[in-house]
Design a protein around this ligand. Structure first.
Ligand code: GAP
Length: 456
């Protein structure tokens, strides 16, 4: 089992302002969480690292930010209306509901009763009324995955960018699933964000590409701080595959509650582009695609070599942002015994993920010169573009170090009497991981910190 427990993480998240239960003051909305002042920074940093790796560092991927409200037909032809379901069982005694695969030995997980209903299928999509009249025809779905709009906008993106396969479309955004049993803090929730890439390839090259993407994604997670030995690759059994997939690797992580899926990398074949296309017969699309008479599209590309139209196949690496946050926090959370016997909690996040990069701390909050210099330093450091620099006015240096260790701030800069009394002005910088302190000229600080944050 991992050294970090879920209780330690939940407590830190609430105490320091990473994550709160939604509608806490009304008893909470189950399976829904809000990201607080530090959580939003960590989440944004993780998403920025993904976007950078996908869209900026490669030359074969474009971005998209599509709507959450999704036309019913899209999710009809994608197969979600029919197959995006979980079997659920009711306990007749305590009246709770469970996913059938969470019921062990026919016993209610809550009260132990064996008086349960037979499993029945439950669709996980949220519906909402569109427009002022609430009737059965006027509804849209909240998307259950970000992927579908990438497929429906495929032709527009290709026409606008003149892309040829292999190439991908990346998107980060909210998805919604009415999970029967949300659980394990932010691991299984009803509202979450996905970072999804749909990578379009020529038919027949899909199995090579899924291997390449598996390796690329493992390496990316290692760059985010996860240890290789905590990432497990699960080759999903045929019976367990999603309705659209021919082959899937799950990257699983050693979460505090057990080894579970962090990201899926699926071979979606031509299933989605095929299903949203009207011209399946003439395009020789795979047999598992349904005939589509309602769409007006031909989601196909022209092959200059064979002089034929073809529907690209798709490899999809799809990761959950909340699960990513949980994984990097699990890995980073450390409790250390200091030489004086005291314990310190440190969040050893990778620098680029840390919510606060630098805390500038005035040793005396009532000394106007010290406070003024601390403000000036903060303003100068912000110009370097390293990220959030915080003026930390807690008034107690020991407390400030403890707080910034716990929230993972890599560097604290302390402005003291020597800083204002001697020329050239100097400050103390303290490293989170080593706790080493050194004095450095104020004029050298921007270059020093820029270099420090430029390395991984
Ligand atoms: N487009 C493919 C797709 O949605 P998925 O395996 O259902 O595939 C992909 O979801 C990722 O989204 C998962 O690996 C997980 O990280 C995240 N995810 C799925 N359901 C989630 C939930 N209820 N709560 C939090 N994250 C979830």
């Amino acid at each position: 089992m991992p050294a970090t427990s879920m209780e330690q993480l939940v407590s830190l998240c609430k105490r320091r302002g990473f994550i709160f239960q939604s509608a806490d003051i009304y008893g909470g909305l189950q399976g829904v969480y809000d990201f607080g002042p530090l959580g939003v920074e960590l989440k944004n940093n993780l998403k920025a690292a993904w976007w950078r790796a996908m869209v900026y560092e490669r030359d074969d991927i474009e971005g998209l930010d599509a709507s959450i409200l999704t036309h019913q037909k899209v999710l009809h032809y994608s197969g979600h209306e029919e197959t995006f379901t979980d079997p659920l069982q009711d306990c007749k005694k305590c009246k709770n509901r469970f996913r059938a695969d969470h019921v062990k030995d026919g016993k209610c997980p809550e009260c132990g009763s064996t008086d349960l209903t037979e499993p029945r299928m439950f669709n996980l999509m949220f519906k909402t009324a569109v427009g002022p009249v609430e009737d059965s025809g006027n509804f849209a779905y909240l998307r259950p995955e970000t992927a579908q709009a990438i497929f429906t906008q495929f032709k527009n993106v290709v026409d606008a960018t003149a892309r040829k396969v292999p190439f991908g479309i990346a998107q980060i955004g909210k998805s919604f699933r009415n999970e029967i049993t949300p659980r394990n803090f932010i691991f299984r929730v009803r509202e979450f964000e996905q970072m999804e890439l749909e990578f379009f390839v020529k038919p027949g090259t899909d199995l090579d590409w899924i291997e390449k993407w598996k390796e690329a994604r493992i390496n990316w997670w290692i760059e985010q701080g996860l240890k290789r030995e905590n990432i497990h690759v699960h080759d999903v059994e045929k019976e367990e595959l999603a309705h659209y997939s021919k082959k899937t690797y799950d990257l699983e992580y050693q979460f505090p509650h057990g080894i579970e899926e962090l990201e899926g990398i699926a071979d979606r074949t031509d299933y989605d582009l095929g299903n949203h296309t009207r011209y399946q017969k003439e395009l020789n699309i795979s047999a598992h695609v349904h005939e589509n008479k309602e769409s007006d599209s031909k989601l196909a590309l022209f092959d200059d070599e064979t002089k034929k139209w073809f529907v690209p196949w798709v490899i999809e690496p799809s990761a959950g942002v909340e699960r990513g946050v949980l994984a990097v926090m699990t890995e980073a959370y450390t409790e250390e015994k200091l030489p004086n016997g005291e314990m310190r909690t440190v969040l050893k996040l990778k620098k680029h993920l840390a919510p606060v990069k630098v805390a500038v701390i005035p040793l005396k909050r009532n000394n106007a010169d010290i406070v003024k210099l601390a403000h000036e330093i903060k303003t100068e450091l912000l110009k370097t573009g390293i990220g959030r620099v915080m003026f930390e006015d807690s008034g107690n240096i020991g407390k400030a170090y403890r707080r910034h260790d716990e929230i993972g701030t890599p560097i604290c800069v302390t402005v003291d009497f020597e800083s204002i009394e001697k020329q050239p002005a100097t400050v103390t910088i303290r490293n989170r991981d080593t706790m080493a302190q050194e004095r450095i000229k104020v004029s050298d600080l921007p270059a020093y910190l820029k270099a420090f944050f430029a390395t991984k």
